[in-house]
Design a protein around this ligand. Structure first.
Ligand SMILES: [Zn+2]
Length: 87
């Protein structure tokens, strides 16, 4: 009986820990690379990075503005990739 209780306690604590790690991770501002990957469509719904970007953008006006100001032509390597896709 007490073994089941301990197991349930461990499972719920690990779930709480995962949620807290995700929330703490979302509070940190996005890197230029994360913004670039998101804007270029390199992140997908099954990526943790995608959920972090979406979750953070919902809370942070600074990163919303950075996303808004992002220009792909600032990065030569992305420009080359875009040219290939257009051809
Ligand atoms: Zn931010």
């Amino acid at each position: 009986m007490s073994l089941i209780f301990i197991l349930l306690l461990i499972i719920s604590l690990s779930l709480v820990a995962r949620v807290m790690i995700r929330i703490i991770g979302q509070q940190k501002c996005l890197s230029d690379e994360e913004i670039r990957n998101y804007m270029l469509g390199r992140l997908h719904g099954d990526d943790d990075a995608y959920h972090r970007v979406i979750g953070h953008l919902g809370n942070c006006e600074k990163c919303q503005q950075r996303m808004h100001d992002y220009k792909p032509s600032d990065h030569i390597e992305d420009h080359l990739i875009n040219d290939k896709n257009d051809a």
